[in-house]
Design a binder for this molecule. Structure first.
Ligand SMILES: Nc1ncnc2c1ncn2[C@@H]1O[C@H](COP(=O)(O)OP(=O)(O)OP(=O)(O)O)[C@@H](O)[C@H]1O
Length: 363
């Protein structure tokens, strides 16, 4: 069992009077030593509030926060020894890069003689050797964010918190920095808590992801499990693309359920959290799991459904196919380029998927 570095125990947070609602409703969460844990969720779901309570800029209304088994709820931020990186780089513009990185050491009373070597080491970790004399304004956005990262790591904190640190960067730089942060985390064995609303970023970076909604963690698991085995309809819809086919439960049989889709067809799916016969539900199936083939001689093939291809968009490594299914149903499929014949636009196509890959959620 990995060891917990940080523990949130029964934490709740109301900003105003409690009757007005909680920004964090109930949080029991352990961050393991050496892991990169991402808090992922839509705007307003409580991610930043959680991070701020750990950093010490907000106080929980209830519950305890433990760092290395010590309750830190009453400690001010600078006594917690936690590194924080925000979206806005928050570098001091009038100081050089080296002075910015040295600042946390100065505040902690590290002798001047020791500072230079530690600053140089932190700058080399983020590949900014030789940039120490520059001012932040003489650096690109990505470089400034690396300085902020160096400043958060220079005093070797037990955990580094990052709140949408790449939010201000353009897409390609963002992706490059994601790999850099991940590499840094792995190389140094750093424990990190990372906030983002970008699910692709969370999948790329994380050891584990906590998916937030409405002040609650809806699932806590590895990126792979979050993607392949979402615990509820919210996670299925929020992480990655998913077809959502509404319908009604006909009957369940062991782990499987038969669903009459609102658009007409009856399909089988694996039960996640559906109710009994007659209850509303939806079936989620990933676009890459939907096989699409031209119909030959009016024969759909066993287990396939008939759908009309309405759109095919070339996206380089794959085709995005849009299909209409039955009465008013819409289905998205992805297939690799060169992966067999594609039906013509407007033609009836045979669509099929493995029933085990279709997940049924209560609606
Ligand atoms: N200082 C504050 N005073 C009052 N309410 C706040 C404050 N900060 C956040 N809230 C409210 O608490 C809830 C959770 O906000 P929080 O910033 O934690 O969400 P988030 O998931 O980080 O969203 P975002 O991605 O937009 O930053 C929201 O409803 C928000 O309006």
């Amino acid at each position: 069992m990995a060891e917990a570095l940080v523990r949130f125990e029964g934490v709740r947070k109301a900003y105003g009077p409690k009757g007005a609602g909680y920004a964090v409703k109930q949080l029991d969460l352990a961050v393991q030593r050496g892991e990169l844990l991402t808090l992922l969720g839509p705007s307003g779901s409580g991610k930043t509030t959680t991070l701020m309570m750990l950093a010490g800029f907000e106080q929980p209304s209830e519950g305890r926060i433990l760092l290395e088994d010590r309750d830190i709820a009453r400690l001010p931020p600078h006594k917690r020894g936690i590194g924080v990186v925000f979206q806005s780089y928050a570098l001091f513009p009038h100081m050089s890069v080296a002075e910015n990185v040295a600042f946390p050491l100065e505040v902690r009373g590290i002798p001047k003689a020791d500072r230079a070597a530690r600053v140089a080491r932190a700058l080399s970790m983020v590949r900014l050797e030789g940039f120490g004399e520059r001012r932040p304004s003489q650096l690109s956005g990505g470089q400034q964010q690396r300085v902020a990262l160096a400043r958060a790591m220079v005093f070797e904190p037990p955990i580094v918190l990052l709140d949408e640190p790449l939010g201000a960067l353009d897409k390609s730089l963002r992706e490059e920095m994601q790999y850099e942060i991940r590499a840094l985390h792995q190389r140094l064995g750093l424990t990190m808590m990372y906030v983002t609303h970008d699910q692709a970023e969370a999948l790329t970076l994380s050891d584990r992801i906590a998916v937030f909604e409405g002040g609650l963690v809806r699932q806590l698991a590895t990126p792979r499990r979050i993607y392949e085995a979402p615990a509820n309809g919210f996670v299925a819809g929020f992480v990655g693309e998913n077809n959502r086919l509404p319908g009604r439960v006909i009957e369940s049989d062991g782990p499987m359920v038969r669903v009459a889709l609102d658009c007409g067809p009856v399909v089988e799916a694996r039960i996640v959290d559906t109710g009994g016969a007659g209850s509303r539900c939806f079936v989620a199936i990933r676009p890459e799991r939907v096989a699409v083939a031209p119909v030959r001689a009016d024969d759909l093939g066993e287990g396939a459904l008939a759908a009309r291809l309405t759109e095919a968009i070339f996206q380089g490594d794959h085709l995005r196919l849009r299909l209409s299914l039955g009465e008013g149903g819409e289905l998205l499929a992805k297939r690799t380029v060169g992966g067999g014949p594609v039906p013509e636009i407007g033609a009836i196509a045979a669509v099929a998927w493995d029933a085990n890959q279709a997940l049924a959620f209560s609606a």
